[in-house]
Design a protein around this ligand. Structure first.
Ligand code: SF4
Ligand code: SF4
Length: 207
């Protein structure tokens, strides 16, 4: 069987996306940017006074047809960059109370399709070896201590990254693990798309 897949690989050639150096091959409509007008019902109050807050959006589509997806994958914000991480950027994933989907999408960036390693982005299982902590999910009470310990174990300089609506704003499930102002990077989505995650991580080191 492995010979079959080896043969397929040779026959079809390299399949890894060129993104972020070229446009995505097939970007998802949801999650992506939203554009529209008016004050439709929004369960997380992501739309208020005619403004859309990407970090609160759970992409439930209840605001359609007033608001429509744009397809844009750059729904993240970066408040602090660390250019020292350009050649080697290790992230430590911390699940503080997810439904599981944010973990899956974060894992996807290391699959052959996205291959984050080609951008010098790696994952580590120890906060002591990490340059950034990627927090996913709401704050489950039992994870409060684990989050504090992981943060304190990380060497400086360190980036704090919120992945997904739960971590950024609590989404629709509960309370976020940290106040929004303390995050250096926010990656929106419920869950975020691998394109958004990959580009946000690249931008976090000043690319
Ligand atoms: S998709 Fe859902 S959460 Fe997002 S703005 Fe629309 S109604 Fe609000
Ligand atoms: S942001 Fe959405 S996908 Fe991620 S843990 Fe929360 S509910 Fe699940």
């Amino acid at each position: 069987m492995s010979n079959f897949w080896f043969g397929e690989g040779i026959r079809k050639g390299r399949k890894t996306e060129k993104f972020p150096f070229a446009q995505p091959d097939d970007p998802p409509a949801r999650p992506s940017g939203l554009e529209g007008s008016g004050e439709p019902y929004c369960p997380t109050e992501a739309i208020k006074n005619g403004k859309w807050d990407q970090g609160k959006c759970i992409f439930c589509r209840l605001c359609e047809p007033e608001y429509q997806p744009t397809g844009r994958q750059d729904i993240f914000s970066v408040k602090k960059t660390e250019p020292a991480l350009k050649k080697s950027f290790y992230i430590y994933k911390l699940d503080s109370g997810t439904c599981g989907a944010c973990n899956v999408e974060l894992g996807t960036i290391f699959d052959p399709q996205f291959d984050a390693n080609r951008l010098n982005i790696f994952a580590t299982n120890s906060p002591r070896h990490a340059d950034a902590i990627v927090i996913m999910g709401i704050l489950a009470e039992g994870m409060r201590e684990a989050l504090k310990n992981a943060y304190e174990a990380m060497p400086e300089p360190k980036l704090i990254i919120a992945l997904g609506a739960c971590a950024i704003s609590g989404g629709i499930l509960g309370d976020s693990p940290m106040v929004r102002e303390d995050y250096h990077v926010e990656i929106a989505g419920c869950p975020p798309s691998p394109y958004t995650i990959l580009e946000a991580l690249a931008r976090a080191r000043g690319d």
